[in-house]
Design a protein around this ligand. Structure first.
Ligand SMILES: CC(=O)SCCNC(=O)CCNC(=O)[C@H](O)C(C)(C)COP(=O)(O)OP(=O)(O)OC[C@H]1O[C@@H](n2cnc3c(N)ncnc32)[C@H](O)[C@@H]1OP(=O)(O)O
Ligand SMILES: CC(C)C(=O)C(=O)O
Length: 513
């Protein structure tokens, strides 16, 4: 199996993401983690960019031991000197020199013709060769460069002592068959190409960075360049974790592997996200929060029966603990029952069905149903109370300059419909006055408390009330994503419990008689 060398440029091209600025301490922390991940080479920065970056590259060079540390340089002596200074103390230093080769860059940016580009790169390589035994040369914007000029530039770089030649798709313009074809062409047409390693470096402007990099591997690339989480200039670079997992998951197809410790991927991704401030989208391949999460009932059922139905790789392989079955409105009974078992509840079919119906109602109102929401629902369901009064609807009008009013519709003993309206000194007071009017129960409210069961704006609110009637007290509990509805439910629940107590007491007295 072919080994593909991993050139990580999180600390250079990744840092070129707008808004990202890593200080020396942060660069060193990421570098240590990249070393644990097992990258072969790491580009620590662009030393000529600023004294701060030069110092940071130097700190990385001194900090890591088992990785080649690289500094980027234009084809200019002053940049090469900055890399020399930055890599003092590195165990295995390497300079990365680049020059653009495409007609657009030649004409508008460099204002050079082909001959000048060739000579500028040649003299930079000659100068660098005096100080570095390892040199990578990049043909910036190779993706839009004429084939014959690519061949000429690669041939020159080989002659001038480059050990790696990189053929970047700098602006993410190519598709996989076009990018792969360049590698095939170079392999077949450039003399002595076997003396060097060929490298792929892709950008994600059209979302094809990973596909293009894999195409390069299939066509002979020895090294791939990329960043953790795919961060980088504009739409970013090839995500290293995607290449590593594609090669690992489809090993027999690509017949290529890396030396990465795959189980360090998740940790590395989290660290890079934290220190760069670049949040990983939930649906990002491999490292997004949803990459191993399943929400829909049919998928969850499949996962519970056999994980390979919906997972082509395991979360453990990238260092995560386990897959997640997220309960939401698309979930089914299998996953719901499994979650209840996890939470310590073994319910019979009837109880599961009742709780499931309540859960679906809640899931229609909430994006995700948390464990706390479920516990609250289940515990409410498990206590059987006789429902003399059942709250059907409430309607509240409130304005800070008007008197709050509430209208309730309550069904008594499953057949009598009670509808009443009342005012109050607040919305909850108006609701409670309307319930009193409808039920004709005379009670005093001894306690009212409210708390949030879960987090966020759509959290379930839980209201507790204590009602007293003729010296007998009962508490009630109401749950809803709306606190007024939770308040009404708690009140009606307490009324039902009071009535239950009343019936129990009178039965006891009858027995005594
Ligand atoms: C594809 C890539 O990702 S390449 C890396 C991109 N990264 C960066 O640019 C980050 C670091 N850059 C910087 O800090 C600054 O651009 C510096 C310090 C390198 C240079 O700053 P300045 O001297 O002010 O030049 P500025 O950035 O405005 O212009 C770039 C100059 O370099 C030239 N240039 C661009 N690429 C190269 C190259 N590979 N080799 C030689 N010269 C180059 C441009 O033609 C331009 O030259 P000019 O001033 O004669 O017109
Ligand atoms: C310096 C080179 C390799 C680069 O970053 C690019 O072409 O995107």
């Amino acid at each position: 199996m072919r080994k593909i060398y991993i050139f990580d440029t999180t600390l250079r091209d990744g840092e070129q993401s707008p808004g990202v600025n890593l200080n020396t301490r942060e660069k060193v922390e990421i570098a240590h983690q990249l070393e644990k991940l097992g990258v072969d080479r790491m580009e620590a920065g662009f030393p000529a960019a600023s004294p701060g970056d030069l110092a940071a590259v130097n700190a990385v060079a001194r900090a890591v031991k088992d990785v080649t540390v690289i500094g980027l340089s234009r084809s200019r002596e002053q940049d090469i000197d900055a890399v020399r200074q930055a890599l003092i103390g590195a165990q295995d230093p390497c300079i990365h020199i680049f020059l653009a080769t495409s007609p657009i860059h030649r004409k508008h940016k460099l204002r050079m013709d082909k001959e000048q580009v060739l000579e500028t790169a040649q003299s930079a390589l000659r100068y660098a060769r005096k100080y570095f035994s390892k040199i990578e040369f990049s043909l910036e914007d190779a993706g839009r460069t004429e084939y014959d000029f690519i061949a000429q530039m690669v041939g020159m770089a080989i002659k001038e002592g480059a050990s790696v030649v990189n053929i970047p798709d700098t602006v993410g313009y190519l598709n996989p068959s076009e990018y792969g074809a360049i590698f095939k062409f170079v392999k077949e047409n450039v003399p002595d190409v076997e003396k060097i390693q060929l490298s792929a470096h892709c950008h994600n402007d059209l979302g094809m960075a990973t596909a293009n990099t894999l195409a390069a591997i299939q066509n002979g690339a020895d090294q791939i360049e990329g960043t953790i989480n795919g961060i980088g200039e504009r739409a970013g670079n090839t995500a290293i974790e995607e290449i590593a997992m594609a090669l690992a998951t489809r090993q027999s197809f690509f017949n290529a592997t890396t030396s990465l410790q795959l189980s360090e991927i998740a940790r590395t991704s989290r660290l890079v996200s934290k220190l760069t401030g670049m949040v990983v989208p939930g649906n990002k391949a491999i490292v997004g929060a949803n990459a191993f999460a399943h929400e829909s009932g049919i998928h969850q059922d499949g996962m519970l029966k056999e994980k390979t139905t919906y997972e082509i790789m395991t979360p453990e392989s990238i260092g995560l603990k386990e897959s997640k079955l997220v309960l939401g409105k698309h979930s089914g009974r299998h996953a719901f029952r499994e979650k209840l078992i996890d939470l310590g509840y073994e319910l019979d079919d009837l109880q599961v069905n009742e709780a499931f119906a309540k859960f679906k109602d809640l899931a229609d109102k909430k994006k995700e149903v948390s464990d706390d929401d479920l516990l609250a629902l289940i515990e409410e369901k498990l206590v059987d109370t006789v429902e003399v009064f059942k709250l059907e609807t409430i309607y509240v009008t409130y304005g800070n300059t008007s008197v709050p009013t509430a209208k309730v519709r309550i069904v008594k003993e499953a057949n009598e419909v009670l509808v009443e309206e009342a005012e109050g000194n607040g919305s909850v007071d108006a609701i409670y006055n309307a319930i009193d009017k409808a039920t004709l129960e005379e009670v005093t409210l001894d306690d009212y408390s409210i708390k949030s069961v879960s987090h966020g704006k759509d959290a379930l609110g839980e209201v507790h009330v204590v009602l007293t009637q003729n010296g007998v007290s009962a508490q009630g509990r109401g749950l809803s994503t709306d606190i007024l509805e939770a308040s009404a439910r708690a009140y009606v629940d307490a009324l039902n419990r009071l009535i239950e107590k009343r019936v129990t007491f009178s039965n006891r007295e009858n027995v005594k008689l």
